[in-house]
Ligand binder design. Structure first.
Ligand SMILES: [Zn+2]
Length: 322
């Protein structure tokens, strides 16, 4: 589950509400995935004729604020909310941006329609993906191209080896960020590899600026991996999405980590920005969350301990970042 809530655009001036604050007043609490996009509970969820998912309803705030839901049965309620949202933002939001030209507006709406088509298609395909691309937990473990070492430290080292040796990587616990003494959690991979033990649970799948002490987006110099998980699919189900990403989308799977909780984390080589946009739409519709919304989002470290249980590396494909 994405547990870091990204709240964009906090108001500098208490009297002026941002579009995102106004949107939350109109549609309720949102999970933001960018400055202008987030998920909310569908205002017409009571009318849904099939099961509602946590990522069914998107709010777009760029230019023409719009609520979009994957269900059709809620259309009239959603349309009413759209009018309310636009009216509230027009009335309360002081935006310096000029009105978009007709051409710009068309381009924007075309792009948005494309997004919604992708989301709808992905959501409809979920049963097919789960059925046809089955990759059960025991099959994932059995198909690891690299033999997984038993010792925790060797599992951590294997995962670190997927980064570039010079990458400055953060390893720590959730609160190890923001204070000058947190700089000990940021080290080049080649230095981490000389450690005899790791007592931390978490790692970020990115490379940071040398000498920094905070896991902020500003300190990220390169995204290295896209980490995908699901908090709705079981360990036997989620492999189907991992396999589908690998075989159909062409994403390069590097590692799978058993979080010692309910979920598995799949580490993919960071896709290009183009592909990333589609993944942001497709993954939630398939029941998965890409853990990428903030760079400061740490994930489970392979070989780390969680309440006395090992966060086991269960699949590793040598190669990593080239
Ligand atoms: Zn709906």
């Amino acid at each position: 589950m994405i547990d870091t809530k990204l709240t964009p655009g906090s108001a500098n001036n208490a009297a002026t509400k941002t579009a995102s604050q106004i949107a939350e007043q109109v549609v309720g609490e949102m999970t933001w995935i960018s400055e202008t996009q987030g998920y909310c509970r569908c205002p017409g969820h009571a009318q849904h004729t099939n099961q509602s998912g946590r990522r069914d309803c998107v709010v777009y705030l760029d230019r023409v604020p719009t609520v979009h839901c994957l269900h059709a049965s809620c259309a009239s309620t959603v349309e009413r909310k759209n009018r309310e949202l636009r009216e509230a933002i027009r009335a309360g939001h002081v935006s310096g941006a000029p009105e978009p030209s007709a051409r710009e507006l068309k381009r924007l709406m075309d792009a948005r329609q494309r997004c919604e088509r992708i989301r709808t298609r992905a959501s409809k395909s979920q049963p097919v993906v789960l059925k046809h691309w089955t990759w059960r937990y025991d099959e994932i473990v059995a198909s690891s191209p690299t033999t997984i070492p038993e010792a925790r430290i060797d599992q951590t080292r294997l995962l670190l080896g997927a980064f570039k040796p010079s990458d400055v990587v953060w390893i720590g616990d959730r609160s190890d960020s923001g204070q000058p003494d947190c700089s000990v959690c940021f080290k080049p991979v080649e230095e981490w590899l000389r450690h005899d033990e790791f007592n931390s649970q978490l790692i970020c799948p990115v490379a940071f600026k040398p000498g920094c002490h905070s896991r902020s987006n500003d300190n990220v110099v390169a995204r290295r991996f896209l980490v995908v998980e699901s908090d709705t699919l079981s360990k036997d189900e989620v492999g189907a999405v991992f396999r589908w990403l690998r075989e159909v989308v062409g994403a390069e799977l590097v590692a799978v980590i058993d979080t010692a909780g309910k979920s598995l984390h799949a580490w993919f080589v960071w896709p290009g920005e183009d592909q990333l946009d589609d993944m942001k739409l497709v993954l939630p519709a398939l029941g998965c969350d890409p853990k990428l919304f903030t760079a400061s989002q740490p994930v489970r470290l392979a070989g780390g301990l969680r309440d006395g249980k090992v966060q086991n590396l269960v699949f590793f494909n040598q190669g990593g970042v080239r």
